[in-house]
Ligand binder design. Structure first.
Ligand code: SF4
Length: 371
């Protein structure tokens, strides 16, 4: 049997080959195909992963972008997002603090840069920043971009044109604002702001020339059709960066595990996001360790990006372990110039190349739940 017997061009590959070729041509799957990706009983996982890998390989090769999250302000939020341990009604045991000092934030940005992160994400709890707070964030963005070759993302809640303009002028690369779930299910997870508020924030970012990052959380009691709706909505909005979170059930939060998340369900959701959004950066985000478990490396076939060292209020696998997983699976950490310089220096001294000081110790991070 020759290699060509495995080609996606073979008619026998049928639906998988069509999905892959359509994605390469920029054509979205039909709604029926999207539902089949999530629920099809006759679907085999390996050909689906291969179908999703083809557009991933064309857009990103075998590279994996690594992101580091920094909660620069934690808890104390007046909103009631039921999945979030910072919400006003949550009893989760998190440490609450106002915005960190500029020095602390800059030190953590440096640590992220030299540890191989492609992007440093500053996350602030709250409904949205004041204009004064936005100007302070803008100053930090300028400083980080001047000092280190790392991209910067900000996730700070609802924003309008004035905020977006300040951040754009400061050099912001991306603004994160997740849709989280479908429009019809939005009220089941949050009552203090609407789906339309979220869309308006993304549109303000786009209008002001800021790249948007927006994704979802799977496992909050939604149906497959809701996951499909988010995938297609993100395609309509032409979002170039899509974090796919798998609900981390945190004691004290209103939204808890709905029991739907098997490793296979998570992989199918990632494949759907890739096949609907073939050139977007698809990120394996919160919950990858607990929900994908031993299947984590397979998620690199549809996804080309992940977080290291945990999430907002939960621990994740450490950077050494994640980099080893990436390399063992035959993928490559994208890194940045600061990281490459430090790698060379550390290797010359015989030291470990993996270090992310700071950040994680400041939060009370419960161990992830391995379901
Ligand atoms: S997701 Fe953001 S807005 Fe919602 S409760 Fe958490 S910190 Fe507040």
């Amino acid at each position: 049997m020759s290699n060509s017997d495995y080609s996606l061009d073979r008619p026998a590959q049928g639906r998988y080959g069509d999905l892959s070729r359509n994605a390469l041509d920029g054509i979205a799957p039909s709604e029926a195909d999207a539902l089949w990706i999530l629920d099809g009983e006759d679907l085999d996982l390996l050909p689906l992963l291969q179908a999703a890998f083809e557009p991933r390989r064309r857009a990103f090769g075998r590279k994996v972008m690594v992101q580091v999250l920094n909660n620069v302000q934690n808890g104390l939020c007046p909103e009631d997002c039921g999945y979030c341990s910072q919400n006003k009604d949550s009893d989760a045991a998190i440490r609450k603090y106002a915005m960190k000092s500029d020095e602390a934030i800059l030190a953590e940005a440096e640590a992220a840069a030299v540890s191989g992160a492609t992007r440093y994400c500053m996350v602030l709890s709250g409904r949205g920043p004041t204009l004064d707070r936005t100007k302070r964030i803008g100053g930090l963005i300028r400083e980080i971009k001047t000092r280190w070759p790392i991209e910067v993302c900000v996730s700070a809640g609802l924003m309008g044109d004035e905020h977006a303009q300040i951040l754009k002028e400061a050099g912001l690369d991306r603004m994160n604002h997740n849709l989280n779930t479908s429009e019809r299910r939005y009220e089941a997870i949050t009552s203090t702001h609407s789906y339309a508020d979220r869309i308006a924030t993304l549109e303000a970012a786009k209008r002001n020339g800021i790249e948007c990052c927006s994704g979802l959380i799977v496992g909050m009691g939604e149906d497959s059709i809701d996951i499909c709706e988010v995938a297609f909505r993100l395609r309509e909005l032409d979002v170039p960066s899509i974090p796919v979170n798998f609900l981390i059930p945190i004691t004290g939060n209103q939204v808890q595990n709905d029991g739907s998340l098997t490793p296979e369900r998570c992989l199918r959701a990632l494949c759907l996001m890739r096949l609907v959004n073939p050139t977007a950066e698809i990120r394996i985000a919160g919950g990858r360790e607990g929900h994908l478990r031993s299947m984590q490396s397979l998620a690199l076939y549809p996804a080309n990006s992940l977080f290291v060292e945990g999430y907002l209020t939960t621990k994740g696998d450490p950077v050494e372990q994640t980099f080893a997983m990436i390399r063992d699976a035959g993928f490559e950490v994208e890194g940045n110039d600061a990281y490459r310089d430090v790698q060379t220096t550390r290797a010359a001294k015989g030291e470990s190349p993996f270090q992310i000081p700071g950040g994680g110790d400041e939060l009370l991070k419960p161990e992830i739940t391995r379901t």
